[in-house]
Design a protein around this ligand. Structure first.
Ligand SMILES: Cc1cc2nc3c(=O)[nH]c(=O)nc-3n(C[C@H](O)[C@H](O)[C@H](O)COP(=O)(O)OP(=O)(O)OC[C@H]3O[C@@H](n4cnc5c(N)ncnc54)[C@H](O)[C@@H]3O)c2cc1C
Length: 530
């Protein structure tokens, strides 16, 4: 379906004078909530202030997992729920989620038996939706699985299976699913206030970040799904509302695969300062992360701290044969976790597990916390609450077995991957992207030797995926900015030119875009931290 943003804004205003549910925030939580809502038959509108997944949802470790950390904390019900969601997600979006083998190396005598037992429990808890049985490895086998593992004092290890995915591609396919089912999701529309009747919320005002126009949308219930921005949106409703979120920053570095050749991922459950460290193959690169640093400022483009980068570089060097130097870092990306502080007296705390749902006196429903893996369950709980608040006819959630846009019947272990087929992640849309290749000579060729990005994908992103600027294309429709920040700057002008030709934009637009993109890309370049 062609998605034209201007047409969507007009339809949102004219076609439905009153929506059932308006969702604020186009990250995992908001997109999941809007999809759950529209597939129950509620008229649903989602508004995102920037681009879909611009916040935390494009900056995750890319794991679909039960959370080995929660298992260690004894939070059994949470792990069981996440493992169930992991199993459902690989069934509903097989083009984006794949099974990944992880190796936990043992350097102390107790680590192998301890983690082996833990992973057996993890396997059991996944039940029928399991990804494969874990097992132990002797030293020779561990080095065979990860040849670049530091062999000093190595006493074998444990192998287990979890899920890996492309976070922002899943967000884009959730957005397309919302449209497939008759809802509307629009980017670059920032909610700036609420419309109220007798103290109860009956709609929102929003500022179009592209045209500068202000809009109003009326509805029966509003969901605040704005992650680390939760408090600023609650303040639009009640200036006195007590802050409920604390942000914790997580940084990743991206390296060449040569630092850890092979298909396996490395998992260190507890580094010397008690953190979990992952090194995971992703799009033919290696992602290493993450950190956990409380921060006071909340920004759409958070920046890593020098000590976080040093921690990642030195710990990679500790567990792998060679220590990466700053020059080896292809990209740095940073995300903010919304951590829930404590109960707000003025509100009703409905559900408190991994995620929290609050209803304010105005009827504003806020959902926060959780993780990407559990977005569907969070959405189900949220829509149950919003339907009650908006006095909508009760209808059950249908997302448990709902195929997400792009889903196709590829068996989970078919072996096909992004490395073998550059359009693999487009799933059932891949043939349509290939068709665009035919429109112009050269549209089937990568535009940079280090990046698998072709003009056909850029055009596809603009025509069918609501990409509005270079960054939308290079950061979230394709992952160029996260895979190689320097190379992505080198293709910025070419990308802007293709977008401008497609949308009939001016040369001035191209120049402005390239300059804006370079500023954002600086956050992903390690040289900007030196
Ligand atoms: C470092 C890190 C690693 C992680 N790794 C994993 C992992 O491997 N697996 C996993 O399952 N989970 C992981 N998580 C957790 C997961 O990424 C988050 O739980 C999830 O992305 C949160 O999504 P969200 O929609 O709540 O927030 P966000 O993605 O931040 O979305 C909120 C959106 O609201 C928008 N917004 C804010 N204000 C307004 C407004 N006024 N009007 C309109 N829109 C507005 C923002 O622009 C933003 O896009 C990780 C988190 C971090 C920080």
């Amino acid at each position: 379906m062609v998605l034209n943003r201007n047409t969507l804004v007009e339809s949102a205003r004219q076609e439905s004078p009153e929506w059932d549910i308006i969702v604020i925030g186009g990250g995992a939580t908001g997109l999941g909530t809007a999809l759950d809502s529209v597939t129950r038959g509620y008229r649903t509108l989602l508004l995102e202030q920037s681009d879909f997944a611009k916040g935390t949802s494009s900056r995750s470790t890319k794991l679909v997992h039960g959370g080995v950390r929660y298992l260690r904390q004894g939070n059994i019900s949470l792990v069981r729920e996440a493992l169930k969601e992991r199993g459902l997600l690989i069934q509903n979006a097989p083009h984006l989620v794949r099974r990944q083998a992880f190796i936990i190396p043992g350097y102390k005598w107790w680590e192998k038996p301890f983690y082996s037992l833990g992973m057996k429990i993890y396997d059991r808890m996944a039940g029928k939706l399991g990804f494969g049985a874990s097992g132990t490895l002797d030293t020779h086998q561990a080095l065979k699985e990860i040849p670049s593992l530091n062999p000093e004092n190595l006493r074998g290890g444990v192998c287990y299976f979890d899920g890996q995915f492309d976070d922002s591609r899943l967000a884009i396919d959730l957005m397309k699913s919302i449209h497939d089912h008759g809802g509307i999701a629009i980017n670059y529309l920032k909610v700036t206030g609420f419309l109220k009747e007798n103290g109860l919320i009956r709609g929102v005002t929003a500022l179009d970040q592209i045209s500068g126009e202000s809009r109003q949308f009326r509805c029966k219930a509003v969901v605040n799904a704005t992650g680390v921005f939760t408090d600023s949106v609650r303040e639009l409703d009640d200036r006195e509302s007590r802050a409920m979120i604390r942000a914790s920053q997580g940084v990743h570095i991206v390296l060449d695969r040569s630092f850890m050749p092979g298909d396996n991922a490395l998992m260190i459950p507890k580094t010397d300062d008690g953190r979990v460290l992952f090194a995971i193959p992703w799009h033919n690169r290696l992602i290493v992360g993450t950190t956990d640093t409380l921060v006071d400022s909340i920004d759409l483009e958070p920046r890593a701290l020098a000590e976080e980068l040093e921690y990642l570089l030195s710990h990679t060097g500790r567990y792998l044969a060679s220590r990466p130097e700053p020059d080896d870092v292809k990209s740095v990306f940073t995300g903010l976790r919304p951590l829930v502080r404590s109960d707000d007296d003025k509100s009703t705390k409905k559900i408190s597990r991994d995620h929290t749902i609050l209803i304010d006196q105005s009827g504003l429903v806020t959902v926060t916390g959780g993780k990407w893996t559990t977005y569907r369950k969070m959405a189900e709980d949220t829509v149950d609450t919003a339907a009650e608040v908006g006095e909508l006819p009760p209808r059950p959630s249908v997302t448990r077995d709902l195929k997400i846009h792009g889903s196709h019947e590829t068996p989970v272990d078919s072996g096909e991957s992004i490395d073998e087929n550059p359009y693999y992640l487009y799933g059932s849309d891949a043939p349509k992207v290939r068709q665009i290749e035919q429109e112009q000579p050269g549209w089937d060729k990568p535009i940079h030797p280090s990046l698998e990005i072709r003009p056909a994908e850029i055009i596809w992103a603009v025509r069918y995926e609501l990409a509005c600027c270079i960054e939308d294309v290079l950061s979230r429709r394709t992952r160029a900015l996260l895979l190689d920040a320097k190379a992505s700057v080198e293709i910025a002008a070419k990308t802007a030119t293709l977008i401008a030709e497609e949308r009939k934009f001016s040369v001035e637009w191209i120049d402005q875009q390239v300059s804006d993109f370079k500023k954002i890309a600086a956050n992903y370049r390690i040289d900007s931290y030196m």
